[in-house]
Design a protein around this ligand. Structure first.
Ligand code: SF4
Ligand code: FES
Length: 154
């Protein structure tokens, strides 16, 4: 018999928004965004909260957009290129625990969620149990207002 005690409760499939540019499509999962602002700092012409839609992939070269998307620690932002290339995972995979309990992961990840297993390349997992979007952190717990160490998250 399989032990499924630690499996999350079935949940809705994640809701992704898609933004098409020439040669690249960026996806955004709002519930995963932890407002690290790497995106708006990195390419303000592409990630502009004053515009609708707020992601304008056509405002920079696909390689530049991809490089900034890879800085998003939470994995809320992802991309795929028009030639079918997906984002390459970091190798080796790294895991770092923040003082507030969050776990920052980068690499070839399989994350077990309430809506099934997801293939990820970046994720911030909840370490306190308070998140309403388990297993991901949603800033509900003591992590609220916490920042990321930018240099270590690239
Ligand atoms: S870098 Fe990612 S987590 Fe940070 S604000 Fe942008 S989308 Fe949100
Ligand atoms: S660590 Fe952020 S909500 Fe739990």
């Amino acid at each position: 018999m399989t032990d499924r005690v630690n499996d999350p409760v079935p949940d809705e499939a994640p809701k992704l928004k898609e933004y098409d540019g020439e040669g690249i499509t960026v996806t955004f999962e709002p519930r995963r965004c932890l407002h690290a602002a790497e995106c708006v700092r990195g390419l303000p012409a592409v990630f502009d909260l004053q515009k609708r839609p707020w992601v304008q992939p056509g405002e920079a070269a696909p390689s530049e957009v991809a490089e900034v998307v890879r800085r998003c620690p939470s994995g809320a932002l992802r991309y795929h290129l028009a030639d079918g290339a997906a984002e390459p995972p970091d190798d080796p995979t790294t895991v770092r625990r923040m003082p507030d309990g969050r776990l920052l992961l980068r690499g070839d990840l399989r994350v077990r969620t309430g809506s099934g297993e997801r293939h990820e390349v970046r994720a911030v997992l909840c370490g306190c149990g308070a998140s309403g979007n388990q297993p991901y952190c949603d800033h509900s717990g003591p992590c609220a207002g916490g920042d990321f160490d930018r240099a270590e998250n690239r």
